[in-house]
Ligand binder design. Structure first.
Ligand code: DLL
Length: 436
């Protein structure tokens, strides 16, 4: 099912609406927001200079630093009394990034999430358990409002307290799971620990996942844990531009359909800022076309993806973005080689012996970087044979060397020995600052 006819508009229709909205939003931020006006004046750009969609390239980028510099409300275009909600992203360094929503923004948000939830197989008959942390994080309330809009019953169980989650899931017969991919696996694992078989004893048929990278290997792990016929899709968004709701996969699993009437997405070369053609990988840059409280012009997300415009078999005509392959800032530079965690995950999960839980430890000795990967053996592949484990480690090491072009140490560790997460997983432990 397709939630909105907007998702099937012709390219001409989409672009016509995008252009009209782009012109409006550029004029709006110029008039209402001093930091934008200043930046545009400095670049010598006036709102009237934007007459075609390509003219967006004349506009300066907005970065996370701009949000920090204008903390908490200086990028807002409406007075505080017009806000209905404020969210913030935790931010591991520095101040949180603050975003606000007017009534119109909240309505748009629910509409955008409704579309991608339906694309992922959600229906009004579903009982949806939301296992994202409720709070300042946009994930939980974002999915909550979107799923509510389509008529699904919501169980707002939040993250953590996994045994209680499972009690609700079992007794209330939840059919749809919302979580990060890593927490979805953790829930299945705890289910086994307390004697529940997720495939037989639980009724989850659809998993609408997001908020962190999910490789194809991880998707398969999801089906191994929850059942072969589990419908697993992922969706993408970031709190700065709205939260979840920017794009999401349909059941064809053909990339993530973008809500193009609300977001104009470009892909740029992160080094030069030059816009790249469809199909080419680069940094995702998003302009919000309809937000009132805090619109963003050409926001640099640091996420890496590519755009595709061919219509999808599902009937939607909206542009699709490839699933995120990493972030420009979680690229690890090791002995001069660029390495992304997703590349490592693909190698690990393409083996029989590795389970989905791993961590990447970076160290530095005598000014030389080293990379060490601790990965759990899948529970059903555990063996007492030391030699067998060593052989498997060697095999993985060789595959990694081919893919990464660099030697990594691999340690197969026993099941359940690597830390689990209830939200986004933290897989990289960088100890290079503690040089030995
Ligand atoms: O994670 C919003 C969200 C919530 C999206 C729930 C989907 C579902 P932030 O906490 O601000 O917002 O984190 C945004 O998370 O820039 C990406 O790096 C990453 N991210 C989000 N979705 C995906 C995804 C939410 N599907 C940051 N694949 C983004 C890979 C993702 N990374």
């Amino acid at each position: 099912m397709i939630w909105s006819e907007v998702e099937t508009w012709s390219r001409e229709q989409i672009e016509e609406v995008q252009l009209e909205r782009l012109k409006n939003i550029v004029k709006y931020v110029y008039e209402k927001c001093a930091p934008y006006r200043k930046k545009m004046d400095e670049t010598g750009i006036k709102p009237e200079d934007v007459q075609t969609l390509d003219d967006i390239r004349k506009l300066p980028f907005t970065t996370k630093q701009d949000m920090r510099d204008n903390y908490p409300f200086d990028l807002f275009c409406v007075p505080k009394k017009d806000l209905l909600r404020i969210h913030a992203s935790s931010g591991t360094t520095g101040k949180p990034t603050v975003v606000g929503y007017t009534q119109k923004d909240l309505d748009t948000w629910a509409e955008c999430v409704a579309r991608l939830a339906v694309a992922g197989g959600a229906t009004a008959e579903d009982t949806s358990q939301i296992c994202f942390g409720y709070g300042m994080f946009t994930g939980a309330l974002g999915l909550h409002k979107g799923l509510e809009k389509i008529g699904s019953a919501i169980i707002p169980s939040s993250s953590g307290n996994t045994k209680k989650q499972l009690l609700y899931m079992h007794d209330f017969e939840s059919t749809l799971l919302v979580a990060t991919p890593s927490y979805a696996l953790r829930i299945a694992e705890v289910a086994q620990e307390i004697g529940l078989d997720p495939k037989k004893d639980l009724k989850i048929k659809t998993a609408v996942l997001g908020s962190e990278l999910m490789t194809e290997g991880m998707r398969q792990e999801m089906r191994n844990a929850w059942g072969d016929d589990l419908r697993v899709t992922q969706n993408y968004g970031l709190s700065e531009v709205m939260g979840p709701g920017v794009s999401g996969e349909c059941l064809e699993l053909n990339g993530m359909h973008i809500n193009e009437d609300h977001f104009l997405v470009e892909i740029i070369d992160p080094k030069t800022g030059e816009v790249l053609p469809p199909g080419e990988k680069g940094e995702v840059v998003i302009t919000t076309l309809t937000k009132e409280a805090i619109p963003l012009i050409r926001y640099r997300t640091r996420d890496i993806s590519a755009l595709h415009y061919e219509p999808c078999k599902c009937g939607r005509t909206t542009a699709r973005m490839d699933n995120i392959s990493g972030r420009t800032d979680d690229m690890m530079k090791i002995r001069g080689v660029n390495v992304f965690p997703g590349q490592i995950e693909e190698v690990l999960l393409n083996t029989d012996i590795c389970g989905p839980h791993y961590e990447i430890v970076l160290t530095r000795k005598n000014h030389t970087d080293a990379i060490e990967i601790n990965v759990e053996v899948a529970p059903d592949k555990m063996t007492d044979s030391y030699q067998e484990l060593k052989n498997s480690e060697q095999e993985i090491k060789e595959k990694l060397r081919t893919v990464l072009g660099l030697a990594a140490k691999v340690n197969l560790v026993s099941p359940n020995s690597i830390q689990r997460f209830e939200g986004k997983a933290k897989r990289i432990i960088d100890k290079r600052g503690e040089e030995q």
